[in-house]
Design a protein around this ligand. Structure first.
Ligand code: BTN
Length: 318
């Protein structure tokens, strides 16, 4: 009902009386007033005057399954959407519904317990970012799952644009600051995957970050001066994701590797590879057909698998 009333307001130039709305939707004027108040609580600005009625002045950017679906050209990724106003973390929601169809998408307006990589948290405030997880059920060996994180990174890079680049394996950065993080989790047996949850967090319309993050994190708004409708970005990302994911399933990582490398800011840079007990310095020279980072060190070439270690640029975050 709230949605119906919102659509009427959106399609009305100027004011519409409570009486007219009530005729159109078949509930009392008092009930209309209650729904209008709920819309106001959701962030809609609605003017109301006796004898004139209601007028929608401002709509907040709210993610809706309908708006996402309008922008999708995928076969299965993002076709089945679970929306949460507020949840702990979309990765856990996806795991709890792992019987849902391949490609299902779990989205929250706000996460109360956002998870980052290496046990860190992930700030997921309301209304400004995209906090979502894709459930995937590929028929590939568990060893190859880390390659899917590279695909997700490339897809984000293409969907975000704005000269974003990939910090190997899958952080997305602009001007040396992080705009997106990806946390992939899986349930598998030794030789069989049950499911993968690819959790993607994108900083879209944030104007500022807390002090401890402001030198490391950025948003699409900070980089471009423009605010973005998040549903449109999600649809764009799902389209890119499926495009690269299908290429990968059909022909392996080599099918997308050149494009990945073109967008990988780590290549050619001096890096520190941080293992459990030691740190090795070298130059990142390649990403191989398994998705490993190839690093030239004084002791020879080493291949670094994502998830095993952390790679830091010697000069700053990238
Ligand atoms: C990182 O630390 O770089 C990974 C961050 C991943 C954040 C996303 S937001 C959607 C999904 N839900 C979570 O709790 N984490 C991931």
């Amino acid at each position: 009902m709230k949605k119906k009333i919102l659509n009427i307001l959106k399609n009305t130039d100027g004011y519409i009386s409570g009486e007219k709305i009530s005729e159109q939707v078949g509930i009392s004027r008092a009930a209309i007033w209650k729904h209008i108040n709920k819309l106001k609580q959701d962030g809609y600005e609605i003017e109301s005057f006796t004898h004139k009625g209601y007028h929608l002045v401002f709509s907040p950017d709210i993610i809706t399954a309908e708006d996402i679906q309008n922008g999708l050209n995928t076969e299965f990724i993002g076709r089945n959407i679970f929306m949460y106003d507020k949840t702990d973390t979309t990765n856990e929601r996806a795991k709890a519904k792992s019987n849902a169809p391949d490609g299902s998408l779990f989205i929250a307006e706000v996460q109360t317990c956002g998870k980052g990589s290496r046990g860190r948290g992930w700030q997921s405030p309301k209304g400004t970012g995209i906090w979502h997880s894709v459930l995937l059920k590929p028929d590939i060996p568990p060893m190859e799952v880390s390659q899917i994180t590279l695909i997700a990174g490339l897809a984000v890079c293409k969907a975000v644009g704005l000269n974003s680049m990939i910090k190997w394996p899958n952080d997305i950065v602009i001007n040396g600051k992080k705009i997106c993080g990806i946390l992939t989790e899986m349930s598998a047996e030794i030789n069989m995957i049950h499911y993968i949850v690819c959790g993607i967090g994108i900083n879209v319309n944030m104007e500022t970050f807390e002090d401890n993050l402001s030198d490391k994190a950025t948003s699409m708004y900070i980089e471009s001066g423009k605010k973005y409708p998040r549903s449109v970005i999600i649809a764009r990302l799902m389209n890119e994701f499926e495009y690269y994911y299908k290429k990968f399933l059909d022909n392996g990582l080599s099918a997308i590797l050149d494009e990945y490398k073109e967008h990988c800011v780590t290549l050619g840079r001096d890096v520190n590879v941080i293992f459990n007990k030691e740190t090795v310095s070298g130059k990142a020279v390649d990403v191989d057909e398994n998705g490993s980072l190839v690093v030239e060190t004084s002791g020879g070439i080493i291949r670094v698998t994502s998830g095993e270690v952390s790679v830091r640029g010697i000069y700053g975050y990238v």
